[in-house]
Design a protein around this ligand. Structure first.
Ligand SMILES: [Zn+2]
Ligand SMILES: [Zn+2]
Ligand SMILES: [Zn+2]
Length: 356
């Protein structure tokens, strides 16, 4: 994810902000300009005097624009990819739809960044990209999956407790709504970029022959994982079938490139050992870094001056992995003063303890 600033005041704003926390200007995301823009009377006029308006899904957190011309509907590109969905006014589904739509916008943003072509089901009803959102019930389970351009999402996976239960039940290390979206879009790109193309033969060399029986492969997977899976696959699920291996690996490609972009956008970067060989010299130089010592001489204001940009960066890094913010708190000035009190308390106690 990129870093954005408020066009009105220059303050840092986030990709999903509907207004500036600093100057309160109403904001929207322009996919055409890949920028956050200010709205005036609910509209944005671009350099070519084209008029854009805020997506009708504003109430479920969407901050994207749609092109305002006769004959267009009033959904943005990302929301228009949703083909079917329960009523977002339904209290039971509202929060799930908010989270799921957020993951979808994040996904589309990244595909745009990577320059990956998607064709909407609006332009191509057969095989175009569409999302069907539905919520599992006790009587009827919704299977997350992809078929001929249509990605089906089980909205109940937006429930943290439900998703975490499933994650533990299936013995997975990681499970998020953004992760599901990235996996399923992998299937979409297998269909559009690999099948029926000259990429199919090289795909089979790397991932194996996808013509093996998919149903039988899935059944044998749920019978138990292969012991040696981690030496050849990114996840246990990837072992089931070359299609799943491709989708799992594709999702990780999106995890890694987005998270690195987020870190880079905030100036976070590591030049470390190219592989995971931490030599004794490297470990020694890291251990000697001044940052690892207790900042006894620094003031609390100095510590916070480092913490604010770092926590903002790590929050975006976490969100790039489809997780919540690492530090989902705001430190108001009175809180900073309380922290300063504790810092001086710690410094004092430390000095006293050292005196003995
Ligand atoms: Zn502002
Ligand atoms: Zn929208
Ligand atoms: Zn899959």
């Amino acid at each position: 994810m990129r870093i954005f600033s408020c066009p009105a005041c220059g303050n840092i704003v986030y990709f999903d902000d509907q207004s500036c926390t600093h100057c309160h200007s109403p904001l929207a995301y322009s996919r055409a300009e890949r920028a956050i823009v200010c709205l005036e009377a609910g509209a944005y006029v671009d350099a070519d005097r084209h008029r854009w308006r805020l997506c009708r899904n504003f109430h479920i957190g969407c901050n994207w624009l749609y092109y305002d011309e006769p004959g267009t509907d009033d959904y943005c590109y990302a929301c228009d990819l949703t083909r079917t969905s329960p009523d977002s006014g339904d209290q039971a589904h509202h929060g799930y739809i908010v989270d799921t739509s957020h993951a979808k916008r994040w996904l589309v943003f990244q595909l745009d960044e990577l320059g990956l072509p998607i064709v909407s089901h609006r332009q191509q009803p057969d095989g175009g990209l569409a999302f069907d959102l539905a919520a599992s019930t006790d009587d009827q389970k919704v299977m997350i999956g992809h078929l001929n351009g249509v990605i089906t999402i089980d909205l109940t996976e937006a429930s943290d407790s439900h998703r975490e239960n499933l994650r533990m039940l299936l013995g997975e290390p990681y499970r998020t709504m953004l992760g599901h979206s990235r996996h399923e879009i992998g299937h979409y790109f297998w269909q559009t970029l690999v099948s029926d193309s000259e990429q199919l033969a090289p795909f089979r060399v790397v991932f194996g022959d996808e013509r093996q029986d998919y149903g039988a492969a899935l059944t044998s997977h749920y019978g138990g994982p292969r012991a040696d899976w981690s030496s050849n696959f990114i996840s246990q699920y990837a072992t089931t079938h070359p299609w799943e291996d491709f989708a799992e690996t594709f999702a990780h490609y999106l995890h890694i490139t987005d998270t690195l972009q987020s870190a880079g956008a905030y100036g976070l970067g590591m030049t470390g050992p190219a592989d995971d060989a931490f030599t004794p010299e490297i470990v020694a130089s890291l251990a000697a870094h001044p940052g690892v010592d207790f900042p006894a001489e620094a003031s609390m204001a100095d510590i916070l001056a480092q913490w604010f940009p770092l926590s903002a960066a790590l929050n975006i890094v976490n969100k790039s992995m489809g997780k919540g913010e690492l530090y989902p708190f705001a430190i108001a000035q009175p809180v900073a003063e309380k922290l300063a009190f504790i810092h001086s308390l710690v410094r004092h106690a430390r000095r006293e303890a050292r005196a003995f």
